[in-house]
Design a protein around this ligand. Structure first.
Ligand SMILES: Cc1cc2nc3c(=O)[nH]c(=O)nc-3n(C[C@H](O)[C@H](O)[C@H](O)COP(=O)(O)OP(=O)(O)OC[C@H]3O[C@@H](n4cnc5c(N)ncnc54)[C@H](O)[C@@H]3O)c2cc1C
Length: 402
């Protein structure tokens, strides 16, 4: 069965009633949070606008960068997150395709591996420097002529789509409700959000949490609110399954995406976010590749900062450039037949501002846009749900006044 047809397993529940929590968005953050809330015995509704997932989770690499904590808080969340992922298949009764594997960060001939390794020294696990020969021994598909070396880190990977579906199924088994609603409006009484209105239904709840990924900003704006959550347009090529075998996750050591995000939210750029069809900064391409366990590859990745979620992008030019850049590093992989895919990815310059109350509205919360989401989300959702039942949670207390 293909991914699109298994998504029909999401059930539609038309019963209208009052909930403790409404979760808006059924990607990995919404599904994980909804599951953790229902596990705490709360009555939870998850609202998703698409019956077939076409979101960041669907096209994600699924990488679990548990080595990347830089503070006691983020190190603890990484540790808790990877511990959850290691047993998540059993907990959800779904094969999440979790595996431990190497992350190889390629260093191009014009860069120096030792210099780039300095940028990684503050992480919980610093990288090992590899020569081109050592990198190619670990990953024979790499082109040694395209490297001055590489950085090696221990990494995890899961199938984000299957994990997402596993969370949704487990949520429903525990009594949670999923409803597909293409349009939602937040219902406000005085300064309090009291639920969600759709063209046909009123869903009321004491608490509503927005997990709408790259559409979070637009959803809040349509409801007259703001929060420091932004988005990039991401593009990858998804190839057909193949017999070629990639043993590691391949990314560039000089990753440009994080500085693109940081620069795009500087004060001088803020007015551009308020206008339609603005290119806030020129796009960047971080050439990399991952393989999923069905043998398909994801090759990428473009990141574009365009102010409109529905901005037009030329798929053909984009695909050609991805193939050229990935082809320099992984020549055989870049030739595989595949389809160009596009989605929005949420980010926040102030990571922890994207977890907690929104815009001083009672009853409205945000859980979207934090960095390193796939390793953090299971742990953060658990802490959020603990707080939601009124229990003390030392981690959430450091992050937000939920
Ligand atoms: C190519 C690529 C590679 C990546 N690799 C990694 C990686 O290796 N490691 C990592 O940690 N992260 C990675 N990421 C980032 C990570 O995958 C995403 O940040 C994460 O999956 C986002 O999950 P989400 O639930 O917040 O958003 P999404 O998956 O986008 O889900 C949001 C959901 O909200 C729904 N929605 C939106 N608006 C509404 C509304 N008004 N009403 C109802 N529903 C609504 C959408 O339909 C969507 O289903 C990658 C992302 C991409 C694109």
């Amino acid at each position: 069965m293909n991914e699109e047809s298994t998504s029909l397993a999401w059930s539609v529940n038309e019963k209208v009633s009052t909930y403790d929590w409404i979760v808006i968005g059924g990607g990995i953050t919404g599904a994980t949070l909804a599951y953790e809330l229902v596990k705490q015995g709360l009555n939870v509704l998850l609202l998703e606008k698409n019956t077939s997932p076409d979101n960041a989770t669907r096209y994600s690499y699924g990488g679990l960068a548990y080595w990347s904590g830089t503070s006691p808080l983020t190190r603890q969340l990484c540790e808790e997150g990877i511990t959850i992922h290691r047993q998540l298949s059993a907990e959800l009764d779904t094969d999440t395709e979790f595996r431990e594997l190497d992350l190889i960060l390629t260093v191009s001939p014009e860069d120096n591996p030792a210099t780039l390794a300095q940028n990684y020294q503050s992480f919980a696990i610093p990288p090992t420097i590899l020569t081109p020969e050592e990198a190619c021994q670990k990953e024979p598909l790499l082109n040694p002529n395209a490297l001055s070396g590489a950085l090696l880190l221990p990494h995890g990977q899961m199938n984000p789509y299957k994990t997402n579906q596993g969370y949704l199924a487990a949520f429903q088994r525990l009594g949670g409700t999923v409803a597909f609603e293409p349009g939602v409006r937040l219902q406000q009484q005085a300064e309090k959000i009291v639920g969600v209105q759709t063209p046909t239904t009123h869903y009321s709840a004491a608490h509503t949490v927005v997990c709408a990924g790259g559409l979070t900003r637009q959803l809040l704006r349509e409801n007259g609110m703001t929060a420091p959550v932004y988005f990039t347009h991401a593009e990858v090529i998804e190839t057909v399954p193949t017999g070629l075998k990639l043993h590691s996750v391949i990314m560039p050591a000089a990753l440009q995406r994080f500085s693109l995000e940081a620069n795009s939210t500087q004060p001088d750029k803020q007015p551009l976010w308020e206008e339609a069809n603005q290119e806030i900064l020129p796009p960047i391409l971080d050439p990399g590749a991952v393989q999923m366990q069905d043998g398909s590859f994801r090759l990428g990745q473009w990141s574009r900062v365009l102010s409109s979620p529905d901005a037009m992008i030329d798929p053909q030019t984009s695909e050609t450039q991805i193939r050229q850049r990935v082809g320099a590093i992984l020549p055989t992989v870049a030739q595989l037949p595949g389809r160009w895919r596009h989605c929005l990815v949420a980010f926040s310059p102030e990571t922890w501002h994207s977890v907690g109350p929104v815009d001083n509205r009672e009853g409205l919360y945000l859980f979207s846009g934090f960095s390193n989401p796939l390793v953090f989300t299971p742990a953060l959702a658990r802490h959020f749900a603990t707080c939601a039942t009124g229990q003390e949670d030392p981690i959430l207390e450091q992050i937000s006044d939920l």
